[in-house]
Design a protein. Structure first.
Length: 124
């Protein structure tokens, strides 16, 4: 791939992220929650890699969900059961990834947070 094509691809991808940030409240919420989880991990000196991985997964699936919703709305402006199922399944993928991210967050951040809070309360 030439430098020019690579640069164009990057600009298109960045435009998609800007669009998602501007138009998708769930993307903004998930970005904020991911940033908070990463900040908490840094404060606790917990491993960042699992938090980065699940944050990236949730955000990527939210982008795919938004893309699929836009495409379904374009090709099927009238209600159709299959169009609804496609949108529901994409949203379910984000929900499953979010639940997994919560589980990873609890497993990675829970123990050091519990320890830090106990130490702050004079219990540890």
């Amino acid at each position: 791939m030439t430098h020019k094509r690579f640069s164009a691809s990057f600009r298109y991808a960045w435009a998609g992220i800007r669009h998602a940030f501007a138009a998708q409240p769930n993307f903004r919420r998930e970005l904020l929650l991911g940033a908070l989880a990463l900040t908490l991990a840094a404060w606790l000196r917990a491993p960042l890699a699992p938090i980065l991985a699940v944050t990236g997964l949730v955000l990527a699936l939210e982008l795919m969900n938004s893309a699929l919703e836009a495409l379904v709305d374009l090709v099927s402006p009238e209600h159709h059961d299959l169009a609804g199922a496609a949108k529901d399944l994409a949203a379910a993928a984000v929900l499953v990834a979010s639940a997994a991210a919560l589980g990873v967050g609890l497993a990675v951040l829970g123990p050091p947070l519990w320890q830090r809070l106990g130490a702050m309360a004079g219990l540890g």
